[in-house]
Design a protein around this ligand. Structure first.
Ligand SMILES: [Zn+2]
Length: 334
Protein backbone atom coordinates (compact mmCIF):
# COMPACT_ATOMS: atom_id res chain seq x y z
CA UNK A 1 0.00 0.00 0.00
CA UNK A 2 1.37 3.43 -0.98
CA UNK A 3 0.15 6.76 0.32
CA UNK A 4 0.47 10.29 -1.07
CA UNK A 5 -0.11 13.27 1.24
CA UNK A 6 -2.47 16.07 0.35
CA UNK A 7 -1.94 19.61 1.59
CA UNK A 8 -2.45 20.12 5.34
CA UNK A 9 -1.57 16.54 6.18
CA UNK A 10 0.86 14.84 8.51
CA UNK A 11 3.11 12.15 7.04
CA UNK A 12 1.30 8.82 6.87
CA UNK A 13 1.70 6.88 10.12
CA UNK A 14 2.49 9.95 12.26
CA UNK A 15 0.20 11.19 15.06
CA UNK A 16 -2.22 13.75 13.70
CA UNK A 17 -4.49 13.80 10.67
CA UNK A 18 -3.33 12.23 7.42
CA UNK A 19 -5.23 13.29 4.32
CA UNK A 20 -4.29 11.97 0.94
CA UNK A 21 -4.64 9.05 -1.38
CA UNK A 22 -3.83 5.38 -1.03
CA UNK A 23 -3.04 2.93 -3.82
CA UNK A 24 -2.62 -0.80 -3.53
CA UNK A 25 0.15 -3.12 -4.65
CA UNK A 26 -1.95 -5.38 -6.90
CA UNK A 27 -1.32 -4.28 -10.55
CA UNK A 28 -5.01 -4.89 -11.39
CA UNK A 29 -5.83 -1.93 -9.10
CA UNK A 30 -3.01 0.30 -10.40
CA UNK A 31 -5.15 2.72 -12.47
CA UNK A 32 -6.95 3.91 -9.32
CA UNK A 33 -6.22 5.52 -5.98
CA UNK A 34 -8.56 6.03 -3.04
CA UNK A 35 -9.09 9.12 -0.84
CA UNK A 36 -7.98 8.32 2.69
CA UNK A 37 -8.27 10.22 5.96
CA UNK A 38 -6.49 8.62 8.90
CA UNK A 39 -6.63 10.19 12.35
CA UNK A 40 -3.94 8.85 14.66
CA UNK A 41 -3.88 9.70 18.37
CA UNK A 42 -0.66 10.33 20.26
CA UNK A 43 -1.64 7.43 22.55
CA UNK A 44 -1.51 3.98 20.93
CA UNK A 45 -4.71 1.97 20.86
CA UNK A 46 -7.13 0.08 18.64
CA UNK A 47 -7.58 0.73 14.92
CA UNK A 48 -11.02 1.27 13.41
CA UNK A 49 -11.41 1.32 9.61
CA UNK A 50 -14.56 2.85 8.12
CA UNK A 51 -15.73 3.02 4.52
CA UNK A 52 -18.68 3.93 2.29
CA UNK A 53 -19.38 4.15 -1.40
CA UNK A 54 -19.16 0.48 -2.32
CA UNK A 55 -22.51 1.47 -3.80
CA UNK A 56 -21.98 5.00 -5.09
CA UNK A 57 -25.61 6.12 -4.95
CA UNK A 58 -25.84 5.38 -1.23
CA UNK A 59 -24.89 8.95 -0.54
CA UNK A 60 -26.00 9.25 3.09
CA UNK A 61 -23.30 6.71 3.96
CA UNK A 62 -20.70 8.58 1.87
CA UNK A 63 -21.60 11.87 3.55
CA UNK A 64 -21.32 10.18 6.95
CA UNK A 65 -17.79 9.03 6.03
CA UNK A 66 -16.90 12.64 5.14
CA UNK A 67 -18.36 14.12 8.34
CA UNK A 68 -16.72 11.49 10.56
CA UNK A 69 -13.28 12.73 9.47
CA UNK A 70 -13.84 15.94 11.46
CA UNK A 71 -15.22 14.21 14.55
CA UNK A 72 -12.03 12.50 15.71
CA UNK A 73 -9.45 14.74 17.36
CA UNK A 74 -5.92 13.25 17.36
CA UNK A 75 -5.27 15.01 20.69
CA UNK A 76 -8.17 13.19 22.35
CA UNK A 77 -8.35 9.70 20.83
CA UNK A 78 -6.52 6.48 21.60
CA UNK A 79 -5.40 4.56 18.55
CA UNK A 80 -6.36 5.20 14.95
CA UNK A 81 -9.46 5.80 12.85
CA UNK A 82 -8.97 5.30 9.10
CA UNK A 83 -11.67 6.36 6.63
CA UNK A 84 -12.10 5.74 2.89
CA UNK A 85 -15.30 7.56 1.87
CA UNK A 86 -15.68 6.03 -1.60
CA UNK A 87 -14.59 2.46 -2.27
CA UNK A 88 -16.08 1.89 -5.73
CA UNK A 89 -13.84 4.42 -7.54
CA UNK A 90 -14.59 3.04 -11.04
CA UNK A 91 -18.30 3.84 -10.43
CA UNK A 92 -17.65 7.48 -9.47
CA UNK A 93 -19.66 9.78 -11.81
CA UNK A 94 -21.18 6.70 -13.45
CA UNK A 95 -23.92 6.22 -10.81
CA UNK A 96 -23.79 2.44 -11.27
CA UNK A 97 -26.29 0.59 -9.16
CA UNK A 98 -24.75 -2.13 -7.01
CA UNK A 99 -21.88 -3.14 -9.32
CA UNK A 100 -18.32 -2.15 -10.14
CA UNK A 101 -18.41 -1.14 -13.83
CA UNK A 102 -15.06 -2.80 -14.59
CA UNK A 103 -16.20 -6.37 -14.00
CA UNK A 104 -19.94 -5.90 -13.30
CA UNK A 105 -19.47 -7.61 -9.94
CA UNK A 106 -21.06 -6.43 -6.72
CA UNK A 107 -18.08 -5.60 -4.47
CA UNK A 108 -20.41 -6.09 -1.52
CA UNK A 109 -20.69 -9.80 -2.25
CA UNK A 110 -17.04 -10.39 -3.20
CA UNK A 111 -15.32 -10.62 0.21
CA UNK A 112 -12.77 -11.94 1.13
CA UNK A 113 -11.79 -11.56 -2.53
CA UNK A 114 -8.65 -12.81 -4.19
CA UNK A 115 -5.41 -11.22 -5.36
CA UNK A 116 -5.75 -13.20 -8.61
CA UNK A 117 -9.35 -12.42 -9.51
CA UNK A 118 -11.00 -9.56 -11.35
CA UNK A 119 -10.95 -5.92 -10.16
CA UNK A 120 -13.62 -6.37 -7.46
CA UNK A 121 -11.96 -9.52 -6.10
CA UNK A 122 -8.56 -7.78 -6.00
CA UNK A 123 -10.07 -4.72 -4.31
CA UNK A 124 -11.72 -6.80 -1.57
CA UNK A 125 -8.43 -8.62 -1.03
CA UNK A 126 -6.53 -5.29 -0.84
CA UNK A 127 -9.05 -3.87 1.66
CA UNK A 128 -8.58 -6.90 3.90
CA UNK A 129 -4.88 -7.60 3.48
CA UNK A 130 -3.48 -4.07 3.06
CA UNK A 131 -5.70 -1.23 4.30
CA UNK A 132 -7.43 -3.17 7.10
CA UNK A 133 -4.56 -5.55 7.84
CA UNK A 134 -4.12 -4.28 11.41
CA UNK A 135 -7.73 -3.14 12.01
CA UNK A 136 -9.55 -4.30 15.13
CA UNK A 137 -12.85 -3.56 13.42
CA UNK A 138 -13.97 -2.58 9.92
CA UNK A 139 -17.31 -0.89 9.30
CA UNK A 140 -18.72 -0.57 5.78
CA UNK A 141 -21.65 1.87 5.60
CA UNK A 142 -24.51 1.45 3.10
CA UNK A 143 -28.15 2.18 2.49
CA UNK A 144 -30.66 3.37 -0.03
CA UNK A 145 -29.56 2.87 -3.61
CA UNK A 146 -31.64 4.57 -6.32
CA UNK A 147 -34.53 2.11 -6.26
CA UNK A 148 -34.75 0.99 -2.66
CA UNK A 149 -35.68 2.04 0.84
CA UNK A 150 -34.00 0.29 3.75
CA UNK A 151 -34.72 0.15 7.46
CA UNK A 152 -32.07 1.25 9.95
CA UNK A 153 -30.10 -1.95 10.43
CA UNK A 154 -26.70 -3.48 11.02
CA UNK A 155 -25.23 -6.79 9.91
CA UNK A 156 -22.63 -8.97 11.57
CA UNK A 157 -21.59 -12.54 10.80
CA UNK A 158 -22.16 -15.47 13.15
CA UNK A 159 -19.36 -18.03 13.36
CA UNK A 160 -18.45 -21.06 15.46
CA UNK A 161 -16.33 -18.72 17.64
CA UNK A 162 -18.60 -17.60 20.48
CA UNK A 163 -16.30 -14.83 21.70
CA UNK A 164 -16.05 -13.31 18.20
CA UNK A 165 -19.84 -13.59 17.90
CA UNK A 166 -20.33 -11.79 21.21
CA UNK A 167 -17.97 -8.98 20.21
CA UNK A 168 -19.50 -8.62 16.72
CA UNK A 169 -23.00 -8.47 18.16
CA UNK A 170 -21.93 -5.93 20.79
CA UNK A 171 -20.48 -3.66 18.07
CA UNK A 172 -23.53 -4.10 15.81
CA UNK A 173 -25.71 -3.04 18.77
CA UNK A 174 -23.78 0.28 18.91
CA UNK A 175 -25.98 1.56 16.08
CA UNK A 176 -29.45 2.93 16.87
CA UNK A 177 -30.98 0.28 14.62
CA UNK A 178 -34.46 -1.10 14.18
CA UNK A 179 -32.90 -4.48 13.33
CA UNK A 180 -29.56 -6.13 14.11
CA UNK A 181 -28.97 -9.10 11.82
CA UNK A 182 -26.43 -11.82 12.63
CA UNK A 183 -25.97 -13.70 9.37
CA UNK A 184 -26.17 -17.50 9.75
CA UNK A 185 -22.96 -19.51 9.45
CA UNK A 186 -24.11 -20.91 6.07
CA UNK A 187 -22.96 -17.56 4.57
CA UNK A 188 -19.34 -18.40 5.41
CA UNK A 189 -19.03 -20.98 2.63
CA UNK A 190 -19.17 -18.47 -0.23
CA UNK A 191 -18.02 -14.92 -1.05
CA UNK A 192 -20.09 -12.35 0.81
CA UNK A 193 -20.26 -9.00 2.51
CA UNK A 194 -17.35 -7.62 4.59
CA UNK A 195 -18.71 -9.14 7.85
CA UNK A 196 -18.70 -12.57 6.19
CA UNK A 197 -15.32 -12.25 4.47
CA UNK A 198 -13.64 -10.95 7.62
CA UNK A 199 -15.32 -13.52 9.89
CA UNK A 200 -14.10 -16.31 7.59
CA UNK A 201 -10.63 -15.24 8.74
CA UNK A 202 -11.66 -14.81 12.41
CA UNK A 203 -11.78 -11.04 12.07
CA UNK A 204 -14.41 -8.43 12.88
CA UNK A 205 -16.36 -6.36 10.33
CA UNK A 206 -19.85 -4.86 10.33
CA UNK A 207 -22.20 -3.26 7.86
CA UNK A 208 -24.56 -0.43 8.70
CA UNK A 209 -27.52 0.39 6.45
CA UNK A 210 -29.95 3.32 6.38
CA UNK A 211 -31.35 5.50 3.66
CA UNK A 212 -33.44 5.54 0.51
CA UNK A 213 -33.40 6.39 -3.17
CA UNK A 214 -29.97 8.00 -3.31
CA UNK A 215 -30.98 10.85 -1.00
CA UNK A 216 -28.88 12.81 1.51
CA UNK A 217 -31.18 12.14 4.44
CA UNK A 218 -30.01 13.74 7.69
CA UNK A 219 -31.66 10.93 9.61
CA UNK A 220 -29.65 8.28 7.75
CA UNK A 221 -26.40 10.29 7.97
CA UNK A 222 -26.87 10.65 11.73
CA UNK A 223 -27.55 6.92 12.09
CA UNK A 224 -24.19 6.06 10.50
CA UNK A 225 -22.20 8.82 12.21
CA UNK A 226 -23.53 8.11 15.71
CA UNK A 227 -23.15 4.36 15.25
CA UNK A 228 -19.50 4.64 14.23
CA UNK A 229 -18.82 7.01 17.15
CA UNK A 230 -20.45 4.49 19.51
CA UNK A 231 -18.26 1.68 18.11
CA UNK A 232 -15.22 3.93 18.70
CA UNK A 233 -16.46 4.45 22.28
CA UNK A 234 -16.89 0.68 22.75
CA UNK A 235 -13.35 0.12 21.48
CA UNK A 236 -12.06 2.81 23.90
CA UNK A 237 -10.82 4.98 21.05
CA UNK A 238 -13.13 7.70 22.38
CA UNK A 239 -13.89 8.18 26.06
CA UNK A 240 -17.15 10.09 25.61
CA UNK A 241 -20.61 8.74 26.52
CA UNK A 242 -22.62 6.48 24.21
CA UNK A 243 -25.66 8.13 22.66
CA UNK A 244 -29.14 7.09 23.74
CA UNK A 245 -30.92 4.44 21.73
CA UNK A 246 -34.41 5.21 20.46
CA UNK A 247 -34.98 2.20 18.22
CA UNK A 248 -35.67 -1.39 19.30
CA UNK A 249 -32.49 -3.08 17.96
CA UNK A 250 -34.42 -6.33 17.43
CA UNK A 251 -31.99 -9.26 17.19
CA UNK A 252 -32.43 -11.28 14.01
CA UNK A 253 -30.51 -14.34 12.88
CA UNK A 254 -31.44 -14.60 9.22
CA UNK A 255 -33.27 -12.81 6.43
CA UNK A 256 -35.27 -13.93 3.42
CA UNK A 257 -35.45 -12.34 -0.02
CA UNK A 258 -39.00 -12.24 -1.40
CA UNK A 259 -39.46 -12.31 -5.17
CA UNK A 260 -42.33 -11.52 -7.53
CA UNK A 261 -43.89 -14.46 -9.41
CA UNK A 262 -44.86 -12.24 -12.37
CA UNK A 263 -43.74 -9.16 -14.32
CA UNK A 264 -45.60 -6.07 -13.12
CA UNK A 265 -45.77 -3.03 -10.87
CA UNK A 266 -45.05 -3.64 -7.20
CA UNK A 267 -47.03 -1.67 -4.65
CA UNK A 268 -45.95 -2.25 -1.05
CA UNK A 269 -48.39 -2.14 1.85
CA UNK A 270 -45.75 -2.19 4.61
CA UNK A 271 -42.66 -0.10 5.12
CA UNK A 272 -39.12 -1.05 6.19
CA UNK A 273 -38.86 -1.55 9.93
CA UNK A 274 -42.44 -2.84 10.24
CA UNK A 275 -43.35 -6.16 11.86
CA UNK A 276 -45.08 -8.71 9.58
CA UNK A 277 -46.78 -12.02 10.31
CA UNK A 278 -46.39 -15.21 8.28
CA UNK A 279 -48.66 -15.12 5.17
CA UNK A 280 -49.52 -11.46 5.77
CA UNK A 281 -49.97 -9.52 2.54
CA UNK A 282 -47.05 -7.11 2.12
CA UNK A 283 -47.92 -5.80 -1.34
CA UNK A 284 -49.37 -6.51 -4.74
CA UNK A 285 -48.13 -6.88 -8.29
CA UNK A 286 -50.38 -5.02 -10.74
CA UNK A 287 -50.49 -4.75 -14.53
CA UNK A 288 -50.61 -1.48 -16.49
CA UNK A 289 -54.41 -1.57 -16.30
CA UNK A 290 -54.26 -1.47 -12.52
CA UNK A 291 -55.44 -5.06 -12.14
CA UNK A 292 -53.81 -7.18 -9.42
CA UNK A 293 -51.83 -10.05 -10.92
CA UNK A 294 -50.29 -11.41 -7.74
CA UNK A 295 -50.34 -10.88 -4.02
CA UNK A 296 -46.97 -10.81 -2.25
CA UNK A 297 -47.12 -12.41 1.18
CA UNK A 298 -44.54 -12.75 3.94
CA UNK A 299 -43.09 -16.29 3.79
CA UNK A 300 -42.30 -16.06 7.49
CA UNK A 301 -42.98 -13.78 10.42
CA UNK A 302 -40.36 -11.09 10.87
CA UNK A 303 -39.48 -7.49 10.13
CA UNK A 304 -39.30 -5.71 6.78
CA UNK A 305 -35.61 -5.10 6.14
CA UNK A 306 -35.92 -3.20 2.85
CA UNK A 307 -38.15 -2.88 -0.18
CA UNK A 308 -37.84 -1.66 -3.75
CA UNK A 309 -39.34 1.76 -4.51
CA UNK A 310 -39.32 1.74 -8.33
CA UNK A 311 -42.46 -0.34 -8.96
CA UNK A 312 -41.59 -1.95 -12.32
CA UNK A 313 -40.15 -5.36 -11.62
CA UNK A 314 -39.67 -8.50 -13.72
CA UNK A 315 -40.71 -11.99 -12.65
CA UNK A 316 -38.25 -13.62 -10.27
CA UNK A 317 -36.75 -10.34 -9.00
CA UNK A 318 -36.63 -9.45 -5.33
CA UNK A 319 -39.12 -6.86 -4.13
CA UNK A 320 -38.26 -6.90 -0.43
CA UNK A 321 -36.50 -8.82 2.32
CA UNK A 322 -37.71 -9.97 5.70
CA UNK A 323 -35.42 -10.26 8.71
CA UNK A 324 -36.20 -13.23 10.94
CA UNK A 325 -36.16 -12.56 14.65
CA UNK A 326 -34.05 -14.78 16.88
CA UNK A 327 -35.95 -17.46 18.74
CA UNK A 328 -37.50 -15.95 21.81
CA UNK A 329 -36.77 -17.67 25.12
CA UNK A 330 -39.60 -20.06 26.00
CA UNK A 331 -41.90 -18.53 28.55
CA UNK A 332 -42.16 -20.72 31.62
CA UNK A 333 -45.77 -21.87 31.82
CA UNK A 334 -47.75 -22.32 35.02
ZN1 LIG B 1 -25.23 -0.86 -0.47
Amino acid sequence: MRTVCALKSVEYGQPGIFRGHVSFSNPVLAPYSWPLCEVRGATPGPKLCVSAGVHVNEVAAIEAAVRLQKLFDPDHIRGTVSIIPLINQPALYKYSEYVCPIDEKNINFSFPGSSRGTFSDCLCDAIMSEWCIDADCYIDMHGGDLRERVSHFTIYQQTSDTSLNRLARQMAMCFDAELVVGLPTSHLSKPGRPPTGFAAKQRLALMSEAGSNGLLSEDAIEFHVEGVLNVARSLNILDTKMTEFRRARVSCNDYLWVTTPADGEFHATVEPGARVEKNQSVGTIRDFFGETIAEIVAPQAGWLLWRITQPSVPSGSSVLAIAVEEDQPTMAGP
